[in-house]
Write a protein that binds this ligand. Structure first.
Ligand SMILES: *Cc1c(COP(=O)(O)O)cnc(C)c1O
Length: 422
């Protein structure tokens, strides 16, 4: 495989090609193929962007049909038939059955753009600047979103320009199982000299993806919602990674029965890996003036077509979500087995955690996790790590992965852990 041009010309900022230094050519569902014809099982799936697999045939057909009909591809934020169909499908298939009523803002097509728009809207709506975010949260790397992102690696890359406007609270579990971290937030909210500027909003991931598959308790989320309501603070759920079925429900907050004021989705929203994001907001929060938050790529019509097709295909009844839950149990069981082996045979304290098909094995140290994932890649499995030190081996396989590939991927991971640490 010829990689000289790639190595010479692409900026050092590249990341994933360092872990998987081959040239990929094709992909189908949960399998990637490189230029030499070798196949890999994909447990990374675009970091949660390919919930419905690579080149999903139903969605590809919708895309090809749309292109063949000379449908509008780019139209700024023109009204198009594709946009109308997307909104109607979102309302009928997703929002109404869940008793949700939201207006929809199409910012630029990336996750960080949706977060920027969401926190700015919250500030405009409440007339306050502060946004409460949580330890280990990841919300993107543009300046506004970066202020709410915990990881120092990203925060240090601003050339010294301070990231402002956010205050960090401890996420659920941050201080150990015995402490409810919301006691601290509640105390600060009620303390006039606690130092916390009354926030416009709280932004939270129900399961922290980049932060290490940290799962917030359903009671904790419910309590967070209550604290927000009681103190006139907006609740923003950043569902960019945990949404679109990853945790076993379309929205990850459904498990807790909370109703956010604002929701961000991106990653798997188009269904096909096309760049696409939206912000959902309670109708009365729509304080934007026309064009006040703009962008050239607002609502990508090809993504409207594939996203609507994905909602119709996978979310019209509960067959798909039940299947995700079933596969999640397979991963959970195997991860628990691998974690037990690491702990008992190797003396490496390890544990598994997750919700739905957003799961990880915490092996405590980044270098151990790296050894396992590097060996897994040698053995034909693409899998990444997350967490502050990269100490969590995480599975984000396509939700549509065939059982054979899921089992084969898990077999490879188990064997690789044993080989890497023997
Ligand atoms: C990936 C991610 C983002 C940022 O999305 P980009 O498209 O990379 O800008 C924001 N929030 C969460 C929870 C994410 O996982």
């Amino acid at each position: 495989m010829q990689t000289q041009t790639l190595e010479r010309m692409e900026s050092d900022v590249r990341t994933y090609s360092r872990s998987f230094p081959v040239v990929f050519t094709k992909a189908q569902n949960a399998r990637l193929t490189d230029e030499s014809g070798r196949e890999y099982i994909d447990f990374l799936a675009g970091a949660g962007t390919l919930n419905y697999g690579h080149n999903n045939p139903h969605l590809k057909q919708a895309l090809v049909d749309y292109l063949a009909s000379d449908g509008i591809v780019h139209g700024l934020d023109f009204w198009t038939a594709a946009k109308r169909d997307y909104l109607e499908t979102l309302e009928e298939v997703i929002l109404k059955p869940r008793g949700l009523d939201y207006k929809v803002h199409f910012p630029g097509p990336t996750g960080t753009n949706a977060v920027e728009a969401a926190i700015r809207l919250a500030r405009v709506a409440k007339g306050r600047h502060n946004i409460v975010t949580f330890t280990n949260g990841f919300h993107g790397v543009t300046m506004g979103a970066l202020a709410t992102t915990g990881n120092r690696k990203f925060r240090e890359a601003t050339g010294g320009v301070p990231t402002v406007g956010a205050a960090f609270m401890p996420y659920d579990g941050y201080l150990g199982d015995a402490t409810d971290t919301l006691d601290y937030f509640e105390k600060l909210l009620g303390d006039k000299s606690g130092g916390l500027d009354v926030p416009a909003a709280v932004i939270v991931e129900t399961v922290q993806g980049e932060g290490g598959i940290n799962v917030s308790g359903l009671e904790w989320l419910k309590r967070l919602e209550g604290l927000c309501r009681a103190n006139d603070i907006l609740l923003i759920v950043d569902d960019i990674q945990a949404g679109c079925g990853r945790t076993g429900k379309f929205f990850s907050f459904e498990h807790a029965g909370v109703t956010p004021d604002i929701v961000t989705n991106s990653k798997s929203l188009s269904g096909f890996g096309l760049p696409f994001a939206h912000v959902l907001m309670r109708p009365e929060l729509d304080k934007w003036k026309p064009g006040q938050y703009n962008g050239t790529f607002r609502g990508f019509n090809l993504a409207f077509a594939t996203a609507a097709a994905a909602m119709r295909k996978y979310w019209s009844d509960d067959t798909f979500e039940r299947d995700v839950q079933r596969k999640a149990r397979i991963v959970e069981e195997r991860f628990a087995k691998i974690a037990a082996w690491l702990t008992e045979e190797k003396g490496i304290p390890a544990s598994e955690r997750g919700r739905g098909l957003m799961r990880g094995i915490d092996v405590g140290q980044g270098d151990i996790a790296d050894k396992i994932t590097a060996k897994a890649f040698e053995n034909g499995l693409v899998i990444e790590t997350s967490g502050q030190d990269g100490e969590v081996v995480k599975c984000l396989c396509p939700l549509t992965i065939p059982d054979e590939d899921l089992i084969e991927g898990l077999d490879i991971l188990e064997t690789s852990a044993k080989q890497a640490l023997s």
